[in-house]
Design a protein around this ligand. Structure first.
Ligand code: B12
Length: 211
């Protein structure tokens, strides 16, 4: 059992091996944050690098994603804790046209872990679906994720849709995903941006003045 073998399990898309190795690591009291940040996430970054270099293809990205999800299922109960008092409600989703959900799921997990109630709308969430969810759940924050440069504009469209529905003032908008920058967040009028899952929960707290 080692972080190295977990890294290789995710990189090679070996879900069975990943599951066994993550279980063993957790039984041996390896911090779940180490499993996530020192093995699983670097492995997904390497998958992206190899895809870009033309050395891995979509099916391989997909099997790596499955192995990563297996690891996340085991890590989830360790990273989230039953907080008695909720800090507030956050609606999260991956924007329209975009099916990448690993980062969004991690953000949801870390938000839950730090005491937020999370409503997860899943992937391919249209501006209208975000608007409907704000009406239905009355969250303090919405968190949008985009991993494709082609789906980033849907974030701005969602902010516009919130304005049109007269809901923009009652909800803070936080955005993230690999291609997202603070500059882009400022441009579309989002309230916050965070580059990773742990800073996302800190950002949500500062947005609500609860830091
Ligand atoms: C796995 C993967 C897939 C899987 C997704 C499986 C799944 N269930 O998610 C599959 C195989 C389905 C896939 C498909 C495609 N993919 Co893909 N994919 C990836 C890959 C390798 C990893 C993404 C990932 O999970 N990273 C790990 C997580 C933990 O990181 P993250 O998502 O960035 O999230 C972190 C932060 O960004 C942040 N964050 C994320 N969301 C949010 C939200 C908020 C509110 C906040 C505050 C923070 C935050 O916190 C997270 C945790 O720290 C990336 C490569 C990369 N470098 O990103 C390519 C990548 C994103 N894919 C890419 C492409 C091109 C595609 C396809 C178009 C390929 C194709 N030809 O079909 C399709 C598009 C499908 C679609 N419509 O969405 C490109 C995008 C290029 C671009 N600039 O637009 C990338 C960058 C690969 C590359 N280098 O070319 N992909």
């Amino acid at each position: 059992m080692s972080l190295e073998t977990i890294y290789e399990g995710v990189l090679n898309g070996d879900a069975k091996k990943t599951e066994a190795e993550v279980s063993a690591a957790l039984s041996a009291h390896t911090p779940p944050e180490d499993v996530l940040y020192k093995a699983c996430i670097p492995a997904m970054e390497e998958v992206g690098r190899l895809f870009e270099a033309g050395e891995k293809f979509v099916p391989e990205m997909l099997i790596s994603a499955r192995a990563m999800q297996t690891a996340m299922r085991l890590l989830r109960p360790r990273l989230t804790s039953a907080n008695i008092q909720s800090l507030g409600k956050v609606v999260v989703g991956t924007v329209a046209g975009d099916l990448h959900d690993i980062g969004k799921n991690l953000v949801a997990m870390m938000l839950e872990g730090s005491g937020f109630e999370v409503v997860d709308l899943g992937t391919d969430v249209t501006p209208q679906k975000f608007v409907d969810a704000v009406k239905q759940h009355a969250p303090q924050v919405i968190g949008m994720s985009a991993l494709l440069t082609t789906t980033m504009p849907s974030m701005g469209a969602t902010i516009e849709a919130l304005k049109e529905a007269g809901l923009r003032e009652q909800v803070k908008v936080m955005i993230g995903g690999a291609p997202i920058t603070q500059d882009f967040a400022d441009k579309i009028g989002a309230d916050g941006f965070a580059p990773d899952a742990s800073s996302a929960s800190r950002r949500a707290k500062t947005l609500l003045g609860a830091a």
